[in-house]
Design a protein around this ligand. Structure first.
Ligand SMILES: CC(C)(COP(=O)(O)OP(=O)(O)OC[C@H]1O[C@@H](n2cnc3c(N)ncnc32)[C@H](O)[C@@H]1OP(=O)(O)O)[C@@H](O)C(=O)NCCC(=O)NCCS
Length: 408
Protein backbone atom coordinates (compact mmCIF):
# COMPACT_ATOMS: atom_id res chain seq x y z
CA UNK A 1 0.00 0.00 0.00
CA UNK A 2 1.45 3.34 -1.05
CA UNK A 3 0.31 5.93 1.45
CA UNK A 4 1.19 9.59 1.80
CA UNK A 5 0.77 11.37 5.14
CA UNK A 6 0.42 15.14 4.97
CA UNK A 7 -1.62 18.13 6.09
CA UNK A 8 -4.95 18.64 4.36
CA UNK A 9 -5.68 21.71 2.26
CA UNK A 10 -8.85 23.82 2.40
CA UNK A 11 -10.10 22.07 -0.77
CA UNK A 12 -9.57 18.65 0.81
CA UNK A 13 -11.24 19.61 4.10
CA UNK A 14 -14.78 18.36 3.22
CA UNK A 15 -13.39 14.94 2.30
CA UNK A 16 -11.33 14.96 5.49
CA UNK A 17 -14.41 15.72 7.57
CA UNK A 18 -16.41 12.97 5.89
CA UNK A 19 -13.58 10.45 6.38
CA UNK A 20 -13.06 11.50 9.99
CA UNK A 21 -16.66 10.65 10.91
CA UNK A 22 -16.94 7.24 9.17
CA UNK A 23 -14.82 5.27 11.70
CA UNK A 24 -17.22 6.53 14.39
CA UNK A 25 -20.21 5.19 12.46
CA UNK A 26 -21.44 8.63 11.39
CA UNK A 27 -22.39 9.55 7.84
CA UNK A 28 -22.83 13.29 7.59
CA UNK A 29 -25.97 14.57 5.88
CA UNK A 30 -25.91 17.52 3.49
CA UNK A 31 -26.68 20.21 6.07
CA UNK A 32 -24.09 18.92 8.52
CA UNK A 33 -21.49 18.56 5.75
CA UNK A 34 -22.11 22.18 4.80
CA UNK A 35 -21.49 23.32 8.36
CA UNK A 36 -18.47 21.08 8.95
CA UNK A 37 -16.93 22.09 5.63
CA UNK A 38 -16.69 25.68 6.85
CA UNK A 39 -14.58 24.70 9.83
CA UNK A 40 -11.25 24.56 8.00
CA UNK A 41 -8.63 26.15 10.25
CA UNK A 42 -10.40 25.36 13.53
CA UNK A 43 -7.75 22.69 14.08
CA UNK A 44 -4.79 21.35 12.10
CA UNK A 45 -5.81 18.43 9.90
CA UNK A 46 -3.47 15.60 8.95
CA UNK A 47 -4.50 12.76 6.65
CA UNK A 48 -3.31 9.53 5.11
CA UNK A 49 -3.90 9.51 1.34
CA UNK A 50 -4.00 6.42 -0.83
CA UNK A 51 -4.15 7.11 -4.56
CA UNK A 52 -5.31 10.63 -3.73
CA UNK A 53 -8.17 9.52 -1.43
CA UNK A 54 -8.25 10.07 2.32
CA UNK A 55 -8.22 6.76 4.22
CA UNK A 56 -7.10 7.93 7.67
CA UNK A 57 -7.25 11.16 9.64
CA UNK A 58 -5.78 12.91 12.67
CA UNK A 59 -5.55 16.51 13.81
CA UNK A 60 -4.71 18.79 16.69
CA UNK A 61 -6.29 21.74 18.41
CA UNK A 62 -4.13 24.67 19.50
CA UNK A 63 -4.47 24.36 23.28
CA UNK A 64 -2.72 24.99 26.58
CA UNK A 65 -2.77 22.58 29.50
CA UNK A 66 -2.99 23.77 33.11
CA UNK A 67 -0.27 22.03 35.13
CA UNK A 68 0.24 21.72 38.90
CA UNK A 69 1.52 24.93 40.43
CA UNK A 70 -0.79 27.33 38.63
CA UNK A 71 0.85 27.75 35.24
CA UNK A 72 0.18 26.16 31.89
CA UNK A 73 2.13 24.69 28.99
CA UNK A 74 1.41 24.68 25.30
CA UNK A 75 -0.09 21.27 24.54
CA UNK A 76 -1.77 20.44 21.24
CA UNK A 77 -5.00 18.49 21.75
CA UNK A 78 -5.05 15.53 19.38
CA UNK A 79 -8.42 15.05 17.70
CA UNK A 80 -10.25 13.56 14.71
CA UNK A 81 -8.30 10.29 14.77
CA UNK A 82 -9.78 7.59 12.59
CA UNK A 83 -8.95 5.03 9.93
CA UNK A 84 -11.52 3.80 7.41
CA UNK A 85 -12.78 0.27 8.13
CA UNK A 86 -11.39 -0.76 4.73
CA UNK A 87 -7.86 0.15 5.87
CA UNK A 88 -7.74 -0.77 9.55
CA UNK A 89 -4.81 -2.66 11.11
CA UNK A 90 -2.43 -1.87 8.30
CA UNK A 91 -0.32 0.54 10.30
CA UNK A 92 -2.05 3.79 9.26
CA UNK A 93 -2.66 5.08 12.77
CA UNK A 94 0.94 4.29 13.62
CA UNK A 95 2.10 6.28 10.59
CA UNK A 96 -0.20 9.21 11.49
CA UNK A 97 1.01 9.22 15.10
CA UNK A 98 4.63 9.14 14.02
CA UNK A 99 4.18 12.04 11.63
CA UNK A 100 2.17 14.02 14.18
CA UNK A 101 4.71 13.57 16.97
CA UNK A 102 7.51 14.54 14.56
CA UNK A 103 5.53 17.69 13.73
CA UNK A 104 5.01 18.42 17.44
CA UNK A 105 8.73 18.08 18.10
CA UNK A 106 9.47 20.29 15.11
CA UNK A 107 7.10 22.91 16.50
CA UNK A 108 8.78 22.73 19.91
CA UNK A 109 5.72 21.39 21.75
CA UNK A 110 6.60 20.04 25.21
CA UNK A 111 3.42 18.01 25.74
CA UNK A 112 0.46 16.64 23.76
CA UNK A 113 -2.94 15.50 25.02
CA UNK A 114 -5.90 13.51 23.79
CA UNK A 115 -9.10 11.72 24.80
CA UNK A 116 -9.10 8.06 23.81
CA UNK A 117 -12.07 6.25 22.26
CA UNK A 118 -10.57 3.07 23.75
CA UNK A 119 -7.93 2.88 26.43
CA UNK A 120 -6.06 0.17 24.52
CA UNK A 121 -5.02 2.46 21.67
CA UNK A 122 -2.54 5.13 22.70
CA UNK A 123 -0.15 3.69 25.32
CA UNK A 124 2.01 2.28 22.52
CA UNK A 125 2.52 5.83 21.23
CA UNK A 126 3.70 7.07 24.65
CA UNK A 127 0.44 8.57 25.94
CA UNK A 128 -0.48 7.91 29.56
CA UNK A 129 -3.86 8.11 31.33
CA UNK A 130 -3.51 11.28 33.36
CA UNK A 131 -6.93 12.45 34.55
CA UNK A 132 -9.94 10.50 35.73
CA UNK A 133 -13.60 11.38 35.43
CA UNK A 134 -16.69 10.02 37.06
CA UNK A 135 -20.31 9.96 35.95
CA UNK A 136 -22.76 9.98 38.85
CA UNK A 137 -26.49 10.20 39.51
CA UNK A 138 -28.48 11.59 42.37
CA UNK A 139 -32.21 11.27 42.93
CA UNK A 140 -33.40 14.75 43.56
CA UNK A 141 -35.15 13.85 46.82
CA UNK A 142 -31.74 12.95 48.26
CA UNK A 143 -30.03 16.08 47.00
CA UNK A 144 -30.09 17.67 50.43
CA UNK A 145 -27.10 19.65 51.64
CA UNK A 146 -25.76 19.67 55.20
CA UNK A 147 -26.03 23.43 55.07
CA UNK A 148 -27.50 25.88 52.61
CA UNK A 149 -24.49 26.75 50.47
CA UNK A 150 -26.38 28.79 47.90
CA UNK A 151 -26.98 31.79 50.18
CA UNK A 152 -25.86 34.93 48.42
CA UNK A 153 -25.60 33.21 45.03
CA UNK A 154 -27.13 34.90 41.98
CA UNK A 155 -28.15 32.76 39.02
CA UNK A 156 -28.82 33.88 35.49
CA UNK A 157 -30.00 31.80 32.54
CA UNK A 158 -28.28 32.74 29.30
CA UNK A 159 -29.47 32.23 25.76
CA UNK A 160 -26.98 30.95 23.18
CA UNK A 161 -25.77 34.37 22.11
CA UNK A 162 -25.25 35.48 25.72
CA UNK A 163 -23.58 32.18 26.58
CA UNK A 164 -21.14 32.70 23.69
CA UNK A 165 -20.16 36.04 25.22
CA UNK A 166 -20.06 35.07 28.90
CA UNK A 167 -19.06 31.41 29.24
CA UNK A 168 -15.60 31.48 27.61
CA UNK A 169 -14.35 34.01 30.19
CA UNK A 170 -15.96 32.19 33.11
CA UNK A 171 -14.43 28.94 31.91
CA UNK A 172 -11.04 30.56 31.45
CA UNK A 173 -11.05 31.79 35.06
CA UNK A 174 -11.94 28.33 36.38
CA UNK A 175 -9.62 26.31 34.16
CA UNK A 176 -6.57 28.29 35.29
CA UNK A 177 -7.18 27.02 38.83
CA UNK A 178 -7.51 23.35 37.94
CA UNK A 179 -4.58 21.26 36.73
CA UNK A 180 -5.63 19.02 33.87
CA UNK A 181 -7.91 21.56 32.22
CA UNK A 182 -7.17 22.62 28.66
CA UNK A 183 -8.01 25.90 26.97
CA UNK A 184 -10.99 26.01 24.62
CA UNK A 185 -10.35 27.65 21.24
CA UNK A 186 -13.14 29.75 19.66
CA UNK A 187 -13.93 26.93 17.22
CA UNK A 188 -14.52 24.60 20.17
CA UNK A 189 -17.06 26.97 21.73
CA UNK A 190 -18.82 27.46 18.43
CA UNK A 191 -19.32 23.71 18.02
CA UNK A 192 -20.36 23.21 21.65
CA UNK A 193 -22.90 26.03 21.75
CA UNK A 194 -24.34 25.06 18.41
CA UNK A 195 -25.79 21.98 20.10
CA UNK A 196 -27.33 20.39 16.97
CA UNK A 197 -30.42 18.28 17.47
CA UNK A 198 -28.72 15.09 16.19
CA UNK A 199 -26.11 15.33 18.96
CA UNK A 200 -28.70 15.41 21.76
CA UNK A 201 -29.94 12.34 23.51
CA UNK A 202 -33.16 11.32 21.83
CA UNK A 203 -35.86 13.58 23.19
CA UNK A 204 -33.44 15.72 25.15
CA UNK A 205 -33.97 19.47 25.29
CA UNK A 206 -31.56 22.03 23.98
CA UNK A 207 -28.81 22.88 26.43
CA UNK A 208 -29.65 25.38 29.14
CA UNK A 209 -26.79 27.59 30.29
CA UNK A 210 -26.77 29.06 33.78
CA UNK A 211 -24.12 31.27 35.30
CA UNK A 212 -23.72 31.64 39.06
CA UNK A 213 -22.02 34.53 40.84
CA UNK A 214 -21.13 34.53 44.54
CA UNK A 215 -18.99 37.46 45.57
CA UNK A 216 -15.77 37.09 43.58
CA UNK A 217 -16.52 33.48 42.71
CA UNK A 218 -18.19 32.52 39.49
CA UNK A 219 -19.23 29.30 37.81
CA UNK A 220 -21.56 27.93 35.19
CA UNK A 221 -23.51 24.83 34.29
CA UNK A 222 -24.86 23.56 30.98
CA UNK A 223 -27.60 20.97 31.17
CA UNK A 224 -30.51 19.46 29.31
CA UNK A 225 -33.81 17.99 30.43
CA UNK A 226 -35.59 14.89 29.24
CA UNK A 227 -39.32 14.90 29.84
CA UNK A 228 -41.10 12.00 31.48
CA UNK A 229 -44.75 12.09 32.64
CA UNK A 230 -45.27 8.35 33.14
CA UNK A 231 -48.32 7.70 35.36
CA UNK A 232 -48.96 11.43 35.22
CA UNK A 233 -46.05 11.98 37.60
CA UNK A 234 -43.34 14.39 36.51
CA UNK A 235 -40.06 12.47 36.62
CA UNK A 236 -37.76 14.27 34.24
CA UNK A 237 -34.07 13.47 34.02
CA UNK A 238 -31.62 16.35 34.08
CA UNK A 239 -28.26 15.75 32.38
CA UNK A 240 -25.41 17.97 33.51
CA UNK A 241 -23.00 18.37 30.63
CA UNK A 242 -20.80 21.01 32.30
CA UNK A 243 -20.62 22.27 35.88
CA UNK A 244 -17.60 24.15 37.09
CA UNK A 245 -16.62 27.14 39.09
CA UNK A 246 -13.75 28.90 40.76
CA UNK A 247 -14.36 27.43 44.25
CA UNK A 248 -16.19 24.54 45.94
CA UNK A 249 -18.87 26.90 47.38
CA UNK A 250 -19.83 28.24 43.96
CA UNK A 251 -19.95 24.69 42.59
CA UNK A 252 -22.10 23.66 45.54
CA UNK A 253 -24.44 26.55 44.76
CA UNK A 254 -24.68 25.33 41.17
CA UNK A 255 -25.46 21.81 42.37
CA UNK A 256 -28.19 23.20 44.58
CA UNK A 257 -29.61 25.02 41.59
CA UNK A 258 -29.48 21.85 39.44
CA UNK A 259 -31.00 19.73 42.19
CA UNK A 260 -33.71 22.31 42.62
CA UNK A 261 -35.07 22.33 39.07
CA UNK A 262 -38.76 21.47 39.31
CA UNK A 263 -40.31 18.37 37.70
CA UNK A 264 -36.95 16.55 37.82
CA UNK A 265 -36.59 13.14 39.51
CA UNK A 266 -32.93 12.36 38.76
CA UNK A 267 -29.88 14.47 38.07
CA UNK A 268 -27.02 12.89 36.16
CA UNK A 269 -23.56 14.47 36.20
CA UNK A 270 -21.68 13.35 33.10
CA UNK A 271 -18.19 14.37 34.12
CA UNK A 272 -17.19 14.96 37.73
CA UNK A 273 -13.81 15.03 39.43
CA UNK A 274 -13.58 11.81 41.44
CA UNK A 275 -12.77 13.82 44.55
CA UNK A 276 -15.26 16.64 44.09
CA UNK A 277 -15.56 18.25 47.55
CA UNK A 278 -19.26 18.97 46.97
CA UNK A 279 -19.92 15.24 47.54
CA UNK A 280 -18.93 15.84 51.17
CA UNK A 281 -21.47 18.65 51.51
CA UNK A 282 -24.39 16.27 50.92
CA UNK A 283 -26.31 15.02 53.92
CA UNK A 284 -26.47 11.50 52.45
CA UNK A 285 -23.38 11.27 50.19
CA UNK A 286 -23.77 7.58 49.27
CA UNK A 287 -26.87 8.61 47.34
CA UNK A 288 -24.61 10.20 44.75
CA UNK A 289 -24.22 6.93 42.89
CA UNK A 290 -21.04 6.78 40.85
CA UNK A 291 -21.87 5.00 37.61
CA UNK A 292 -18.50 5.00 35.85
CA UNK A 293 -14.97 5.99 36.70
CA UNK A 294 -12.89 6.30 33.59
CA UNK A 295 -9.78 7.68 31.96
CA UNK A 296 -10.29 11.11 30.47
CA UNK A 297 -7.22 13.13 29.47
CA UNK A 298 -4.13 11.29 28.21
CA UNK A 299 -0.78 13.07 28.31
CA UNK A 300 2.27 12.54 26.10
CA UNK A 301 5.59 14.15 27.01
CA UNK A 302 6.94 15.19 23.61
CA UNK A 303 10.04 16.82 25.06
CA UNK A 304 10.62 15.28 28.49
CA UNK A 305 12.96 17.94 29.88
CA UNK A 306 10.86 20.92 28.81
CA UNK A 307 7.67 19.25 29.96
CA UNK A 308 9.07 18.51 33.41
CA UNK A 309 10.37 22.09 33.67
CA UNK A 310 6.91 23.38 32.77
CA UNK A 311 5.24 22.49 36.07
CA UNK A 312 5.90 23.04 39.76
CA UNK A 313 6.26 20.33 42.36
CA UNK A 314 4.87 19.79 45.83
CA UNK A 315 8.23 19.50 47.61
CA UNK A 316 11.86 20.15 46.76
CA UNK A 317 13.86 17.06 45.81
CA UNK A 318 16.19 15.78 43.13
CA UNK A 319 15.40 12.64 41.18
CA UNK A 320 17.10 10.88 38.29
CA UNK A 321 14.57 9.29 35.93
CA UNK A 322 15.61 6.73 33.35
CA UNK A 323 12.99 7.29 30.68
CA UNK A 324 12.26 4.68 28.01
CA UNK A 325 10.60 5.99 24.85
CA UNK A 326 10.35 3.33 22.16
CA UNK A 327 8.19 5.45 19.84
CA UNK A 328 10.26 8.67 20.04
CA UNK A 329 13.79 7.36 20.71
CA UNK A 330 15.27 10.89 20.64
CA UNK A 331 13.41 11.44 23.92
CA UNK A 332 14.92 8.36 25.57
CA UNK A 333 17.51 9.37 28.17
CA UNK A 334 18.30 9.68 31.84
CA UNK A 335 16.96 12.98 33.20
CA UNK A 336 17.98 14.73 36.39
CA UNK A 337 14.98 16.60 37.73
CA UNK A 338 15.63 19.32 40.28
CA UNK A 339 12.08 19.85 41.42
CA UNK A 340 10.56 22.37 43.78
CA UNK A 341 7.47 24.41 44.63
CA UNK A 342 8.84 27.42 42.73
CA UNK A 343 9.86 25.62 39.57
CA UNK A 344 12.22 23.00 38.27
CA UNK A 345 15.33 22.38 36.22
CA UNK A 346 15.76 19.26 34.15
CA UNK A 347 18.75 18.06 32.14
CA UNK A 348 20.15 14.87 30.70
CA UNK A 349 22.66 13.07 32.91
CA UNK A 350 24.77 9.94 33.14
CA UNK A 351 24.21 9.73 36.90
CA UNK A 352 22.72 6.66 38.58
CA UNK A 353 18.95 6.50 38.10
CA UNK A 354 16.40 6.45 40.93
CA UNK A 355 13.48 5.19 38.83
CA UNK A 356 13.10 3.57 35.43
CA UNK A 357 9.84 4.07 33.59
CA UNK A 358 8.47 4.61 30.13
CA UNK A 359 7.34 7.98 28.88
CA UNK A 360 3.68 6.84 29.11
CA UNK A 361 3.95 6.25 32.88
CA UNK A 362 5.63 9.63 33.23
CA UNK A 363 2.73 11.12 31.27
CA UNK A 364 0.31 9.54 33.75
CA UNK A 365 2.22 11.02 36.70
CA UNK A 366 2.77 14.41 35.04
CA UNK A 367 -0.37 16.11 36.34
CA UNK A 368 -0.11 14.51 39.77
CA UNK A 369 -3.19 12.34 39.39
CA UNK A 370 -1.63 8.88 39.14
CA UNK A 371 0.81 7.67 41.78
CA UNK A 372 4.11 6.19 40.66
CA UNK A 373 3.79 3.72 43.55
CA UNK A 374 0.56 2.40 42.01
CA UNK A 375 2.24 2.09 38.64
CA UNK A 376 5.18 0.30 40.27
CA UNK A 377 2.68 -2.09 41.88
CA UNK A 378 1.51 -2.86 38.35
CA UNK A 379 5.09 -3.57 37.31
CA UNK A 380 5.21 -0.43 35.18
CA UNK A 381 7.80 1.57 37.16
CA UNK A 382 11.07 0.18 38.50
CA UNK A 383 12.52 1.56 41.74
CA UNK A 384 16.31 1.54 41.48
CA UNK A 385 17.11 3.57 44.62
CA UNK A 386 15.36 2.39 47.79
CA UNK A 387 12.78 4.98 48.89
CA UNK A 388 12.74 6.76 45.52
CA UNK A 389 9.13 5.84 44.77
CA UNK A 390 7.79 7.40 47.95
CA UNK A 391 9.89 10.51 47.33
CA UNK A 392 8.68 10.71 43.72
CA UNK A 393 5.05 10.47 44.84
CA UNK A 394 5.57 13.38 47.20
CA UNK A 395 7.27 15.40 44.46
CA UNK A 396 4.79 14.71 41.64
CA UNK A 397 1.56 14.48 43.66
CA UNK A 398 -1.08 17.20 43.49
CA UNK A 399 -3.09 18.58 46.41
CA UNK A 400 -6.13 18.77 44.18
CA UNK A 401 -6.28 15.85 41.71
CA UNK A 402 -6.18 16.91 38.06
CA UNK A 403 -9.43 17.00 36.16
CA UNK A 404 -10.45 17.91 32.63
CA UNK A 405 -13.93 18.91 31.53
CA UNK A 406 -13.33 19.59 27.86
CA UNK A 407 -14.38 17.01 25.34
CA UNK A 408 -12.38 17.42 22.17
C1 LIG B 1 -8.28 3.09 16.46
C2 LIG B 1 -7.90 3.15 14.98
C3 LIG B 1 -7.62 4.61 14.59
C4 LIG B 1 -6.66 2.29 14.75
O1 LIG B 1 -6.16 2.49 13.45
P1 LIG B 1 -5.28 1.38 12.70
O2 LIG B 1 -4.75 2.01 11.47
O3 LIG B 1 -6.07 0.13 12.58
O4 LIG B 1 -4.10 1.14 13.77
P2 LIG B 1 -2.68 0.48 13.44
O5 LIG B 1 -2.84 -0.49 12.30
O6 LIG B 1 -1.65 1.53 13.28
O7 LIG B 1 -2.45 -0.32 14.80
C5 LIG B 1 -1.28 -0.22 15.56
C6 LIG B 1 -1.36 -1.25 16.68
O8 LIG B 1 -2.42 -0.88 17.59
C7 LIG B 1 -3.35 -1.96 17.70
N1 LIG B 1 -4.68 -1.33 17.76
C8 LIG B 1 -5.08 -0.22 17.10
N2 LIG B 1 -6.36 0.07 17.39
C9 LIG B 1 -6.77 -0.88 18.24
C10 LIG B 1 -8.00 -1.13 18.89
N3 LIG B 1 -9.07 -0.33 18.68
N4 LIG B 1 -8.08 -2.20 19.70
C11 LIG B 1 -7.02 -3.01 19.90
N5 LIG B 1 -5.80 -2.82 19.29
C12 LIG B 1 -5.70 -1.78 18.48
C13 LIG B 1 -3.17 -2.76 16.44
O9 LIG B 1 -3.60 -4.09 16.60
C14 LIG B 1 -1.69 -2.66 16.22
O10 LIG B 1 -1.03 -3.55 17.11
P3 LIG B 1 0.32 -4.32 16.71
O11 LIG B 1 1.32 -3.24 16.42
O12 LIG B 1 0.62 -5.13 17.90
O13 LIG B 1 -0.04 -5.09 15.48
C15 LIG B 1 -9.04 2.61 14.07
O14 LIG B 1 -9.31 1.29 14.45
C16 LIG B 1 -10.34 3.42 14.17
O15 LIG B 1 -10.51 4.34 13.40
N6 LIG B 1 -11.25 3.05 15.10
C17 LIG B 1 -12.56 3.68 15.26
C18 LIG B 1 -12.46 5.18 15.65
C19 LIG B 1 -11.56 5.39 16.83
O16 LIG B 1 -11.63 4.68 17.84
N7 LIG B 1 -10.69 6.39 16.73
C20 LIG B 1 -9.80 6.80 17.80
C21 LIG B 1 -10.34 8.03 18.41
S1 LIG B 1 -9.54 8.52 19.87
Amino acid sequence: MDVEIREVTAEEWPEYVRAEHIPFGVQLGDAEMKYQSQRFGHWNGLAAFEEGRIVGTAGDWDMRLTVPGGSDVHAPGVTAVGVLPTHRRQGLLTALMRRQLDDFRGRGEPVATLLAAESVIYGRFGYGWATTSAAAELDRVHGVFREDTAAGARFELLDKAEAAKVLPDVFEGARRLQAGQVTRPDGWWEQFLRDPEWARDEGGSELFHVVCRMGDDVGFACYRLKENWDDNIPQYRLFVNQAMGTSPPVRAALWQYLLGVDLVATVRFENLPVEEPVRWMLRDPRRLRTRTVSDFLWVRLVDVARALEGRRYRIADRLVLDVVDAFLPENEARYELDAGPDGAGCRRTNGPPDLRLSVAELGSAYLGGVSLTSLAGAGRVEELTPGALARADLVFGADVPPWCSTDF
